[in-house]
Design a protein around this ligand. Structure first.
Ligand SMILES: Nc1ncnc2c1ncn2[C@@H]1O[C@H](COP(=O)(O)OP(=O)(O)OP(=O)(O)O)[C@@H](O)[C@H]1O
Ligand SMILES: [Mg+2]
Length: 273
């Protein structure tokens, strides 16, 4: 006899489509068990491990990671989750404050580290970038960034989320502590990298350029601006922080798809040299 399928029953492998996100090309499918989602992308296991590690932090929770395998990991599916990017522009000031303090406290706690980032890793990254560059002008520019990095400075080492955008902070009606997702292992493991990325996001509007976002997006950038301005460990005149800024812009250069974008990157990097 045909049995009606239980609502909770899942067909493993069914593709899940979320209303937002998914720009990275990662695929989401249902896990074997109800309430579990599988994220698949090359090398994503490092992201799953970071998500597991960060589950202990005081300011965000992370969807529970159930298993990690080659090119995928499985985690708790947060039903009814909405990203901060969607509600921050129009929410109550109290909610905006909660996003703001979450950001600030997270960065602050990651800076509470007395160790320094090993400089040789900066140079390793520069060499990887140079290998992808196409013009002599770009290579010259990267040599100048290498010179900058060679300066006498120390950069605080520590946890870095790697893609700390509002899209990667999820809320549901039931929770007070938001979820942080989409950990992206960074080539410079320093919380300063998170701050620099936020700053470049609101100054240069990366996501806005890629996703053609409107007024709401601009309003949410105000929160990021406040976070950067409140980050007491970050100083735009600190040579270590300038080096991180330059390296993060240089990293984008090989992927630039237009003359305008290349010109903007050159201008912004030159301002730092
Ligand atoms: N565990 C989860 N529970 C509920 N929704 C989730 C979960 N993981 C991801 N999502 C949804 O999928 C979207 C994309 O997730 P995530 O940021 O991990 O992937 P991504 O492909 O890297 O996306 P993007 O490139 O846009 O950052 C999130 O914004 C969220 O809406
Ligand atoms: Mg994401």
């Amino acid at each position: 006899m045909h049995q009606e399928r239980n609502k909770e029953e899942r067909v493993p492998g069914d593709v899940l489509t979320f209303e937002e996100g998914g720009y990275s090309g990662a695929q989401f499918t249902k896990g074997l068990v109800a309430g579990i989602v599988r994220k698949t992308a090359p090398g994503i296991e490092a992201s799953g491990r970071m998500q597991q590690e960060f589950s202990q932090n005081d300011y965000f929770q992370t969807p529970n990671v159930k298993s990690i395998g080659e090119g995928f990991f499985e985690m708790e599916h947060i039903e009814g989750a909405v990203s901060a990017a969607r509600f921050v522009p129009n929410c109550l000031p109290r909610m905006q404050e909660s996003v703001y303090t979450g950001y600030c406290n997270f960065i602050l706690s990651n800076c509470a580290n007395q160790q320094y980032f090993p400089k040789r890793l900066f140079f390793k990254k520069i060499l990887q970038i140079i290998a992808k560059l196409k013009t002599v002008e770009d290579v010259r520019l990267s040599e100048r960034v290498a010179y900058l990095i060679n300066g006498d400075f120390k950069l605080v080492n520590g946890y870095c989320h790697g893609d700390f955008t509002l899209c990667n902070i999820l809320y549901t009606k039931k929770i007070d502590r938001p979820y942080l997702i989409d950990f992206t292992p960074a080539y410079v493991q320093s919380p300063i990298m998170d701050v620099v990325k936020l700053m470049q996001e609101y100054k240069l509007g990366w996501s806005g350029r890629v996703m053609k976002l409107g007024e709401e997006y601009k309003r949410s950038m105000e929160v990021l601006k406040r976070v950067v301005e409140a980050s007491i460990f970050f100083d735009i005149n600190n040579p270590a922080h300038i080096a991180v800024e330059a390296l993060n812009l240089l990293r984008i250069l090989p992927y630039s798809k237009s003359k305008d974008m290349t010109k903007l990157l050159h201008t912004e990097i030159n301002k730092l040299l």
